[in-house]
Design a protein around this ligand. Structure first.
Ligand SMILES: Nc1nc2c(ncn2[C@@H]2O[C@H](COP(=O)(O)OP(=O)(O)OP(=O)(O)O)[C@@H](O)[C@H]2O)c(=O)[nH]1
Ligand SMILES: *[C@@H]1O[C@H](CO)[C@@H](O)[C@H](O)[C@H]1NC(C)=O
Ligand SMILES: [Mg+2]
Length: 381
C-alpha cells in the first residue's frame, strides 16, 4: 500500500540522516556541511521544562531515537567575588555548546554562596544548577603540617617572586582540586566532569558532545593546553612520585604516557603537565584505587603546603602513569582561553567548522612555553 511505502521511505530517510550524522561525527570530513547533533532549541521558549534533563528528542522527531546525555556535569570552583567572571564563562559555554545539550552545573565554594550569586547565575541556563559548600576538612591545612616550616617556605617563595607563593588559600585550592572535589556530595551522582573557571573563553562552536566522545572512545582524561610547571613549586614532587612507583608497580599502566612527562625513562620530570583549569575527565579515575593511593602518598608528605604543588602536575603525572597513552585526549576543536594563554585550532577545517573567533596565529600550541610540541612527538612516536 502506498501509505506503508510512504512510512517506509520516511523511516529510511531518518536512518540515512542518522547514519550521515554518525559518520560525520567520526570522520568530520573537511568542508562538509555541519549538522548539529541536536536541533537548535527554540529561543522563543525559555521555560526550563522544555528541556528534559536525562534524554532529549533527536532530530528525527517521528522516530523514537532520543539523545542520551552522558552521566556528566560542569564543575566550577568559585568565590562569591567571582560572580561576573562566572557569568561570563557560563554564557560562553552555553552559546558555543551547552544550550543545545543541557548538561547540568555544579558550583562549589568554601564559603556559602550568596542569594544574589545564586540568582544571577541560575537565570542564565535552562539546565540544572546546584550550589555546594565545601566541607572544612577538604579545604584547610591539616594540623599535622608543621606551620613553622610551611610559613618559612611561603616566605622564601615570596622573596623569590613565585606566583601565589605566599598564599595558603591557593594551596588549599590546589589540594582540594587534587584530592577532594570528586568526593563532594553533589558530584557523587556523576561520572564525567568538565572543569570550568571564571573568566575563560570558548572560541568555537562545539558540535560534538565531548563527554559522549570520551565515553565512546575509551578516553579518561582530556585537555586543550599543556605547559611547563614552575620548578620552585615542585622541588621534591618527582622523587616522591618515584618512591610511589617503586612501592606500587602494579598501578603503572603498560603503554603509559611516561614518555611525555619524562625524557629519560622516568629518572627526571620534564615539568610538562596538562593545564588543569580546563579538564574533561572521568571522576571514577580519581576515585579509583591507584589514584587514591597516589594522592594519600603525596598528601602525607605535606608538599601541598611545604612547597606549592599544583593540582595540574598531580593530575597529569597520575594520568601519564596510570592510564594507557591513548586514554588521554587532546581536544583540538575546543578553542579556549584562560588568562594570557589560549588554544585556537590550527587546522583550517577544524577552525572553519567551529566558526572560531580566535586567531590561529595567536594559538599557544607552539609557543616556547608550550609542551604541545612534545605531546605531538610523543603521540607520533
Ligand atoms: N571558592 C574559592 N575558589 C577559589 C579560591 N581560590 C581559587 N579559587 C578557584 O580556583 C580556581 C583557580 O584559581 P585562580 O585564582 O583562577 O588561579 P589561576 O590564576 O588560574 O592559577 P594558575 O592556573 O595556576 O595560574 C578558579 O576556579 C578560582 O575561582 C578560594 O579561595 N575560594
Ligand atoms: C553516574 O556515575 C556515577 C559514578 O560512576 C554512578 O554512581 C551513577 O550510578 C551513574 N548514574 C547513572 C544514571 O548511570
Ligand atoms: Mg584561573
Amino acid at each position: 500500500m502506498a501509505w506503508t511505502r510512504h512510512v517506509r521511505y520516511v523511516l529510511l530517510a531518518c536512518l540515512l540522516v542518522l547514519a550521515y550524522q554518525y559518520l560525520t561525527s567520526i570522520y568530520a570530513p573537511a568542508g562538509s556541511h555541519t549538522i548539529d547533533y541536536l536541533p537548535e532549541s527554540s529561543s522563543s521558549d525559555p521555560s526550563k521544562s522544555s528541556l528534559p534533563s536525562q534524554s532529549q528528542q533527536h532530530q528525527c522527531e517521528h522516530s523514537d531515537t532520543t539523545y542520551e546525555l552522558a552521566n556528566a556535569t560542569f564543575v566550577m570552583l568559585v568565590r562569591n567575588s567571582d560572580l561576573e567572571g562566572t557569568i561570563s564563562s557560563i554564557r560562553a559555554l552555553e552559546d558555543r555548546f551547552n544550550s543545545r545539550f543541557g548538561y547540568p552545573y555544579v558550583l562549589l565554594n568554601n564559603e556559602p554562596f550568596t542569594e544574589e550569586f545564586k540568582r544571577r547565575v541560575s537565570v542564565l541556563v535552562r539546565s540544572k544548577i546546584e550550589f555546594g559548600l565545601i566541607p572544612k576538612e577538604h579545604w584547610s591545612q591539616p594540623d599535622w603540617i608543621d606551620e613553622e616550616n610551611a610559613a618559612k617556605a611561603r616566605k622564601q617563595m615570596i622573596a623569590t617572586n613565585v606566583k601565589y607563593g605566599g598564599s595558603v588559600s591557593y594551596r588549599n585550592m590546589c589540594r582540594f582540586n587534587s584530592g577532594f572535589f570528586y568526593r563532594h556530595e553533589l558530584l557523587q551522582k556523576y561520572k564525567w566532569y568538565w572543569r570550568v573557571e571564571p573568566n575563560v573563553k570558548f572560541y568555537c562552536d562545539i558540535h560534538l558532545d565531548p563527554f559522549r566522545y570520551m565515553e565512546e572512545n575509551n578516553k579518561i582524561y582530556g585537555f586543550t593546553i599543556t605547559v611547563y610547571e614552575i620548578s620552585a613549586t615542585i622541588r621534591t614532587l618527582w622523587s616522591i612520585v618515584t618512591e610511589f612507583v617503586e612501592r606500587y608497580p602494579e598501578y603503572i599502566a603498560t603503554d603509559n604516557a611516561m614518555g611525555f612527562i619524562s625524557d629519560d625513562h622516568g629518572k627526571t620530570y620534564n615539568r610538562c603537565h596538562f593545564w588543569s583549569n580546563f579538564e574533561i575527565a572521568n571522576m571514577d579515575f580519581w576515585r579509583g584505587e591507584a589514584y587514591t593511593a597516589f594522592f594519600e602518598h603525596l598528601d602525607s608528605k605535606g608538599g601541598f603546603y611545604y612547597e606549592r604543588w599544583g593540582d595540574a602536575p598531580v593530575h597529569s603525572i597520575a594520568a601519564a602513569l596510570f592510564l594507557k597513552r591513548d586514554q588521554i585526549h587532546f581536544f583540538d576543536e575546543i578553542g579556549y582561553q584562560h588568562d594570557d594563554w589560549g588554544h585556537c585550532p590550527i587546522p583550517d577545517e577544524i577552525w572553519e567548522k567551529g566558526r572560531c573567533s580566535c586567531s590561529q596565529k595567536g594559538s599557544f600550541d607552539y609557543d616556547l612555553s608550550s609542551c604541545k610540541p612534545r605531546w605531538d612527538r610523543f603521540v607520533n612516536s
